[in-house]
Design a protein around this ligand. Structure first.
Ligand SMILES: [Fe+2]
Length: 325
């Protein structure tokens, strides 16, 4: 049974920084690994801590391309970013998100298995044949966004992680690429290392004892953070003035995997279930002529199943949440 803790945000916007987590914020930055030369060390660190920081995952041309994509689409497709008339008043001070840019932008396909971070992702999920695409979106905390104070939470997580042996590979992992520099005054991602082994943040706090820490992750543009979706995390607000852009991509584990539980040695882990009931893959990817690419995009949810059955009917897509044009 999936455990899901909702992201809780103070939509009223606090005047000052409100408390997040237990306030034991680490002043020591975690190591950052070179994904080309330190792949094994990066994977070992992830397996122990539930996250890893990778440096230099995007080059100058990639960063320029993606930032230009933000600039252009915010002008040409404001509704897709939540910037248009349909933007709800109580969301106006919250972050922007372009939920499904892959649907209409094949120029982004090359980023779905980008050579910067992908080799590490692949290794963490058990090899190329076990990596599946889940979700791809762009987010921006705009200038003067204020202080939203997101609480610590984890994303989707499967309960068997608490008892299965071995723990790895994890069920899903998320790659967050910083597209602008992230410093103490900008919004930043923040994790609680090793918290993926616990059901609640309180339990992690009590069980990890002295090792419990909330670790802000700063880095220049091109830095990539990989985290197990079961790891507790949040977004720290920074000064509420400066902006930040990020690219978020979720990957799932595919295939059937022999494992063990305390009660039986004959346990088999099924492919990780879909993360959402609305995320869609376009025809060019879902029905790609290359078998390995089709396998990568093979984790369809029921909305996708219906869309494929309709022959990728644009009217059906439009009727779905976040099926933005
Ligand atoms: Fe999250």
């Amino acid at each position: 049974m999936p455990i899901k803790l909702q992201q809780q945000e103070n939509l009223a916007g606090a005047a000052s920084r409100a408390a997040q987590g237990f306030g034991r914020i680490s002043k020591t930055p975690p190591p950052a690994f070179d994904p080309q030369n330190e792949q094994q060390a990066a994977c070992t660190y992830f397996a122990e801590n539930g996250f890893v920081v990778l440096k230099n995952c995007l080059n100058t041309a990639d960063l320029s391309f993606l930032n230009q994509f933000f600039n252009q689409t915010q002008q040409t497709k404001p509704d897709a970013w939540g910037l248009g008339e349909r933007r709800k008043p109580h969301h106006r001070n919250q972050g922007l998100i372009f939920s499904q840019p892959l649907l209409d932008h094949p120029e982004l396909d090359r980023f779905t298995r980008h050579p910067g971070a992908y080799p590490v992702v692949s290794s963490l999920l058990g090899g190329e044949q076990h990596v599946r695409f889940s979700e791809f979106n762009f987010r921006e905390t705009p200038m003067n966004a204020g202080v939203g104070t997101m609480n610590f939470h984890h994303d989707e997580a499967l309960a068997d992680r608490l008892v299965r042996r071995p723990y790895m590979p994890c069920d899903w992992l998320c790659a967050i690429h910083y597209l602008t520099d992230v410093e103490p005054d900008t919004p930043s991602f923040c994790v609680v290392p090793r918290s993926n082994r616990f059901e609640t943040l309180k339990e992690a706090f009590e069980e990890l004892g002295e090792d419990y820490a909330e670790v802000p992750l700063y880095g220049v543009s091109g830095t990539c953070i990989l985290y197990d979706t079961a790891t507790f995390h949040t977004r720290l607000d920074g000064d509420g003035i400066r902006s930040r852009r990020t690219w978020h991509q979720y990957y799932a584990r595919g295939g059937w995997l022999p494992s063990a539980l305390p009660t039986t040695n004959k346990y088999i882990r099924a492919p990780s279930p879909p993360l959402t009931n609305w995320n869609l893959f376009p025809e060019r990817l879902a029905l790609h002529p290359d078998a390995a690419t089709r396998r990568f995009f093979s984790h369809w949810n029921t909305a996708q199943g219906e869309w494929v059955a309709s022959g990728f009917d644009p009217k059906l897509r439009k009727s779905m949440p976040r099926g933005e044009q």
